[in-house]
Design a protein around this ligand. Structure first.
Ligand code: C5P
Length: 224
């Protein structure tokens, strides 16, 4: 389709998911949280007892993911149904994120999820967030953003998020998890995390979500 696409890529905890959701709401466009597809593939692998090194089985799982996204509540405004069962907060845990980033190193898994991601681009438009939205999945996107923040700041945000849920997590552990995931996402061979050449690069370390949001809107307006 020719629907307009805005991509927001960046490392975990940079705020891209929150900003993507705000932007989709503002524009009245569809939203693709591509990380959820990798997380769901990891969850399906766990449910089916598939080995994370078994690329052929992971490819089949990713290609046949039985998942529905419904407007509702999981904290991010969506209810996700995997193989007939509602997926809970489990999907967002660091443990599942780490498993997702392992699954995501497999080229066949990425290929199996490619078309499914492109299918989200329909009228009136799409806001897509992830690691390779602007570089691989939607290279012709109308507007691209690359959002980062220091690893320390991202660990602090994560710690605050968890505290709100009554969970005490060690800052050092969170920082180590984030650094390990960055390392894997930036150094894998296929579709590594990096800014697209034509992306607006923003560092949110000292910006609020609202500031990031308005800089993106300004950038889009300037581009027309
Ligand atoms: O963004 P989120 O933390 O939900 O993503 C989980 C993992 O999925 C990432 O660490 C990354 O390895 C993988 N991913 C990816 N490409 C995307 C989105 C996510 O490889 N477009």
């Amino acid at each position: 389709t020719n629907a307009p696409v805005v991509t927001i890529d960046g490392p975990s905890g940079s705020g891209k998911g929150t900003v993507a959701a705000l932007l989709a709401k503002e524009l009245g466009w569809h939203l693709l949280d591509s990380g959820a597809l990798y997380r769901l593939t990891a969850l399906a692998a766990i449910n089916h007892g598939v080995d994370f090194a078994d690329e052929a089985s992971l490819e089949v799982l990713a290609g046949h993911l039985d998942v529905q996204f419904e407007p509702g509540q999981d904290g991010e405004g969506m209810t996700i149904i995997l193989e007939g069962e509602k997926v809970g907060a489990n999907l967002r845990t660091e443990e599942v994120g780490a498993k997702a980033s392992k699954v995501a190193t497999q080229p066949k898994v990425r290929a199996a999820l490619l078309m499914r991601q492109r299918d989200f681009a329909h009228a009136p438009g799409l806001v897509a967030d992830g690691r390779d939205m602007g570089t691989v999945v939607f290279p012709a996107a109308n507007f691209k953003v690359y959002l980062t923040a220091s690893a320390e700041e991202r660990a602090k945000r994560r710690q605050n998020q968890l505290q709100l849920k009554g969970i005490d997590a060690s800052f050092d552990q969170l920082l180590a998890d984030i650094q390990a995931r960055d390392e894997r996402d930036m150094n894998r061979e296929v579709a590594p995390l990096k800014p697209a050449d034509d992306a607006l690069q923003l560092d949110s370390t000292r910006l609020t979500i609202q500031e990031v949001f308005s800089r993106i809107l300004d950038g889009m307006r300037q581009k027309g």
